[in-house]
Design a protein around this ligand. Structure first.
Ligand code: FES
Length: 106
């Protein structure tokens, strides 16, 4: 499946990944700088915050309770489509999703 990362300045980058890859991993592997991911995917840092395209939002597993708490501590405003990208697993269902990277993670 493909992910389209949209940087705060509007630059878009397409990344192709294996199913089962997290959006955070994909960002790390392809040098998407706006996703910091301090904790390495353990769902404990909230520096992998992203905004998920609404159209495909429901195809990802729902927000977990721990993720929900962390989403209240993100550097950029929490919106209804906010997620932690380490908790988003790519599959054919989510192919082509646009992921907006926030201005800042700290
Ligand atoms: Fe730390 Fe996602 S990488 S919460």
């Amino acid at each position: 499946p493909s992910i389209f990362f949209v940087e705060p300045d509007g630059t878009e980058q397409q990344v192709d990944v294996e199913p089962g890859t997290s959006v955070m991993m994909a960002a790390q592997q392809h040098g998407i700088e706006g996703i910091v991911a301090d904790c390495g995917g353990a769902c404990s840092c909230a520096t992998c915050h992203v905004y998920v395209e609404e159209r495909l939002q429901g195809r990802f597993a729902p927000v977990g309770s721990f993720e929900d708490e962390l989403l209240d501590t993100t550097a950029c405003e929490r919106l209804p489509n906010s997620r932690l990208s380490c908790q988003l697993t790519m599959s054919d269902e989510t192919d082509g999703v646009r992921i907006e990277v926030p201005e800042s993670q700290m």
